[in-house]
Design a protein around this ligand. Structure first.
Ligand code: 13P
Length: 250
């Protein structure tokens, strides 16, 4: 059984005071919810604060939005896996399409980052997804399979709970457009088959597959009702306690 995971990607948003209020309100609203995991992935400057706020809460995990694959050294501006562990992170988003498009992330850098995360027992949330052009050309499957293979082939994991995949069609991010749950589920089936080819069927069955792209309280249930969709990676709607709590409580 895969426990549903609802993950908040705050992107480059939130000052400290607003972040405290959001997390306190969210905790009050999800108090008593069981049978699902929550991840909060704030910008780096908020990690330590949020770790204190969620300390002792079962099933609520702190995540970062990126890391650099070296442990330490002369890499100005970068943050390493041991540093994320030091501040209490359990997860880290890798290869978000915004990083691939705007910050020159390649499949090779994603591979290196995932290897660093895994070796420090951080769970990578690897993002994959196709552009509108690729979608319209019928190349969704080809794109996401190529990304999975390039970013994961050769990684060493012993169980599927060491990895999360987020399928985020790029054209659905921040646009208010979503993939249909049926289509997203079909893509998830392909992703799981590819994971089985890379890691074996048993591990592939344990990996959680999230949908991302304009997830809101009004559409979350449709995705969660799909057999292969195990959760969501939520941007805009995770910046308000009320809407993210409704997504968690779908
Ligand atoms: P939105 O939910 O704002 O579309 O963002 C999705 C996303 O990119 C999450 O990583």
């Amino acid at each position: 059984m895969r426990t549903p995971l609802l993950a908040a990607n705050w992107k480059m948003n939130m000052a400290r005071q607003d972040a405290h209020k959001l997390v306190e309100d969210l905790l009050a609203k999800v108090n008593g919810v069981s049978g699902r995991d929550i991840a909060i992935c704030p910008p780096f400057h908020l990690l330590a604060d949020i770790e204190k706020l969620i300390e002792g809460r079962d099933s609520i995990y702190l995540g970062a939005q990126d890391l650099y694959w070296k442990d330490s050294g002369a890499y100005t501006g970068e943050v390493s896996a041991p540093m994320l562990c030091d501040v209490g992170c359990k997860m880290v988003i890798i290869g978000h399409s915004e990083r691939r498009a705007m910050f020159a992330e390649t499949d090779q850098t994603c591979f290196n980052k995932i290897a660093a995360a895994i070796s420090h027992k951080l769970v990578p949330i690897l993002c994959v997804g196709e552009s509108l052009e690729e979608r319209e050309a019928g190349k969704t499957e080809e794109k996401v399979v190529a990304q999975l293979r390039a970013d994961l082939q050769g990684q060493k994991i012993e169980s599927g709970d060491q990895l999360v995949i987020a399928y985020e069609p790029i054209w659905a991010i921040g646009t208010g457009k979503t993939d249909s749950p049926e289509n997203a589920n079909k893509t998830m089936i392909i992703l799981r088959q590819t994971l089985a080819e890379i890691f074996g069927a048993e591990i592939a069955q344990q990996v959680r597959l999230l949908y991302g792209g304009s997830v809101k309280p009004e559409n979350i249930a449709g995705f969660m009702n799909c057999e292969e969709i195990d959760g969501a990676l939520v941007g805009g709607a995770s910046l308000k306690a009320d809407s993210f709590a409704k997504i968690v409580n779908y």
